[in-house]
Design a protein around this ligand. Structure first.
Ligand SMILES: [Ca+2]
Ligand SMILES: [Ca+2]
Length: 207
């Protein structure tokens, strides 16, 4: 009986795993093409940040890997200087393989400006998420939490405000049906707790 309880518990836990896993970041596998408009990795004349390390490849924004919080904005990031020359409003546009329904975004970028994720509604760009400035130091991760779902096959990322020294290290977009919802997790937890309690309450004779 004890063994059966354990196997039921393991089976229940296994069914909960897909809910709890951080799967569903469509940008890990569903990007058809990336188009960068603007110049990364070049500083304005006389910048206090010179000399700076080279900017990483734009693909590092979508590899699922974050930098340690507080990493200096040019260190291992895809960075750009918005105030380079006559202005350098860099944007990163993503074409997805197919339309996806998205409801959560995670952005790791420099702390002191807003990073905006836009989505294409078929006629115009619309704001999906503003990863607002947090004013600490260096790389900071912002998580939108659950948002009203949008469906699109095109996303655009840009920065706004702050000091014009912009950088990103990770951008993630989560599909609606795979984000663990607090309600689902609570139910899964209750089911597990009930199973554990049931196992413990079995009379000694049945063991
Ligand atoms: Ca990354
Ligand atoms: Ca900055």
């Amino acid at each position: 009986m004890k063994l059966r309880s354990m196997s039921r518990l393991l089976a229940a836990a296994a069914t909960c795993l897909p809910l709890m896993a951080s799967a569903g970041n469509v940008l890990l596998s569903d990007i058809a093409s990336i188009n960068v408009s603007g110049t990364p990795g070049v500083l304005r004349a006389g910048s206090i940040w010179a000399p700076a390390p080279a900017a990483t490849a734009v693909g590092t924004l979508f590899d699922g890997s974050f930098l340690p919080t507080g990493t200096t904005w040019t260190n291992g990031t895809f960075w750009w200087d918005e105030l380079l020359g006559q202005g350098n409003p860099l944007t990163i546009e993503l074409q997805l393989n197919a339309p996806r329904t998205l409801e959560r975004f995670v952005v790791q970028g420099d702390d002191n400006e807003n990073y905006l994720v836009d989505w294409w509604d078929g006629a115009a760009w619309q704001l999906a998420y503003n990863a607002a400035a947090v004013f600490s130091f260096g790389m900071e991760t912002r998580d939108s939490g659950l948002l009203p779902a949008i469906t699109t096959d095109r996303l655009r990322i840009r920065a706004q405000g702050g000091d014009g020294y912009y950088s990103l290290s990770e951008v993630q977009a989560f599909e609606a049906d795979r984000v663990p919802e607090p309600g689902s997790l609570a139910l899964a937890g209750l089911a597990l707790a009930a199973l554990v309690t049931a196992g413990r309450r079995r009379p000694a004779a049945a063991r």
